[in-house]
Design a protein around this ligand. Structure first.
Ligand code: ACO
Length: 358
C-alpha cells in the first residue's frame, strides 16, 4: 500500500482566562471598535502567570485522549512540539511531553513562527511516509502573550495562547496529506521578531525580547503569500480551488483571511474563522480552528481541507489534507467542558465565528 500520512486524532486546549477588547481598552489607548474592525478579534485566551507552553501541550494531549481513547496515543514513537515560546531552550518541551505521557519516543521542538504546526505536520508526514516513525504526536503550543509588551497597543491586542495536539500516522489513500508547501524569506526578519538571544539581525537591526512587528508590512506579505501558497498547495494536490470543501487558515486577522477566501473564490460557508475568540495564538491556531469545525459538524470524512499559515521569518506553509481514514472513532461529547476552557469556547466561537465571516 502507498504510504500516506494523515491526521487520525486531535485534541486542543485554551486557557480559562479570557481577556476582552474592553479589558484591554481599560489599560491602554485602544477600543473594542478599533480592534474588531481592524482585526476581527473580540477576545483572546491568555495563559495564567504560572501556566506555560508545556502545561498547555499536556492539556491538549489529554483532550486528544478524552476524544479518541488511550489507543490513539499508544505506540507514539516521535513527539514534535512546534512553539515559539518553549518553557526553556532546552530541554525540548517535546521531551517534557514524552515523559508526562510515558512514551517511548524521540522528541524535539520545532521553531518556525506561526506556521510552526504546519512545518511539524510536514516533518511528521516525511517521518511516517519514509517509515522512520510509525506514529508522530505533532503539537502546536504557544504562550505568546508572555512575549508581548503590554504597553505596545500595536501588538498587545493581537495575540493569545493555546495548544493543539494531533496524531499523524499512515492512512489509506485518498485520505491524508498531499505534498506540502514550505517557504521562507529571511529578508523580512526585521518586520517581525521576538525573544532575542542574539544581539542583532544580520542587517544590524537590534533584536528585542518582546514582539516587534511592522504591522503594515506583515499585512501586505500575509495577503500575498496566503494567495500564492494556497494555489501552489492546491496544484500540488492535483486539485482546483473548487475541490476544496473547507479552508482552515492561520487565524491572525479576519481581513487577511477574508482576502484569501475571496481570491480563492470560496463562499463564506467554506472558511473557518476563530480569530474572534482566540486572537492569534500562533502554532495553536489551525488545530483549534480544526477542532471547532469538527465540533460544529463542518468536517466529514473525505473532505479536502486547505491549510495555510504565515508568520515571522518571514515564513509560510500550506497543504491540502483529505480528512479521515483514522482507526479511532471520536467519542461524542468527549471534551469535558467544565474542565477545559476550550469546551466553552467551542460553543462561543461557533457563533462568533460565523458572524465574523458574514
Ligand atoms: N488601538 C487603536 N489604535 C491603534 C492600535 C490599537 N490597538 N494599534 C495601532 N493603532 C493606530 C496606529 O497608531 C495608527 O495611528 P495613526 O494613523 O495616527 O498613525 C492607526 O491605528 C493605523 O495603524 P496601522 O498600523 O496602519 O493599522 P492597520 O490597519 O495596518 O492595522 C494591524 C494594524 C491590525 C496590526 C495590521 O497591520 C495587521 O493585522 N498586520 C498583520 C499582523 C499579523 O498578522 N501578524 C502575524 C504575526 S505572526 C507571528 O509569527 C507572530
Amino acid at each position: 500500500m502507498e504510504r500516506r500520512a494523515g491526521i487520525t486524532a486531535l485534541g486542543t486546549y485554551a486557557p480559562a482566562n479570557i481577556v476582552t477588547n474592553d479589558d484591554l481598552a481599560a489599560r491602554m489607548d485602544t477600543s473594542d471598535e478599533w480592534i474588531r474592525t481592524r482585526t476581527g478579534i473580540r477576545r483572546r485566551h491568555v495563559a495564567a502567570d504560572d501556566e506555560f507552553t508545556s502545561d498547555m501541550a499536556f492539556r491538549a494531549v489529554e483532550d486528544l485522549v478524552r476524544r479518541y481513547g488511550e489507543e490513539a496515543l499508544a505506540g507514539t514513537d516521535l513527539v514534535i512540539v512546534a512553539t515559539n515560546t518553549p518553557d526553556a531552550l532546552f530541554p525540548a518541551t517535546a521531551a517534557l511531553v514524552q515523559e508526562r505521557f510515558g512514551l517511548s519516543a524521540g522528541a524535539f521542538d520545532l521553531l518556525a513562527a506561526c506556521p510552526g504546526w504546519l512545518y511539524a505536520l510536514s516533518a511528521a508526514k516525511a517521518y511516517v511516509e519514509s517509515g522512520q516513525a510509525r506514529k508522530v504526536l505533532a503539537i502546536g503550543s504557544e504562550a505568546l502573550t508572555k512575549l508581548v509588551d503590554w504597553n505596545d497597543r500595536s501588538t498587545a491586542v493581537l495575540f493569545g495562547d493555546g495548544a493543539g495536539a494531533t496524531i499523524v500516522e499512515q492512512v489509506e489513500a485518498p485520505y491524508g496529506l498531499a505534498p506540502m508547501v514550505l517557504g521562507a524569506d529571511g529578508s523580512g526578519a526585521p518586520h517581525l521578531h521576538a525573544g532575542a538571544v542574539g544581539r542583532c539581525l544580520p542587517n544590524g537591526e537590534p533584536l528585542t525580547d518582546k514582539v516587534h512587528m511592522n504591522g503594515r508590512e506583515v499585512f501586505k506579505f500575509a495577503v500575498r503569500v496566503m494567495d500564492t501558497a494556497t494555489l501552489e498547495a492546491i496544484e500540488k494536490a492535483g486539485l482546483t480551488p473548487d475541490d476544496i470543501e473547507l479552508f482552515v487558515p492561520h487565524q491572525a486577522n479576519f481581513r487577511i483571511i477574508d482576502a484569501a477566501r475571496q481570491r480563492l473564490g470560496l463562499s463564506e460557508d467554506r472558511v473557518v474563522v476563530t480569530v474572534d475568540e482566540y486572537g492569534n495564538n500562533s502554532t495553536a491556531s489551525i488545530p483549534l480552528a480544526l477542532a471547532h469545525a469538527l465540533d460544529e459538524g463542518r468536517i466529514r470524512d473525505g473532505d479536502r481541507l486547505l491549510l495555510v499559515a504565515f508568520g515571522g521569518g518571514l515564513s509560510w506553509a500550506a497543504g491540502v489534507l483529505t480528512w479521515g481514514g483514522g482507526r479511532y472513532p471520536a467519542r461524542a461529547g468527549a471534551r469535558d467542558a467544565s474542565d477545559d476552557a476550550a469546551g466553552r469556547a467551542g460553543t462561543a466561537g461557533a457563533g462568533t465565528g460565523s458572524e465574523g465571516s458574514s
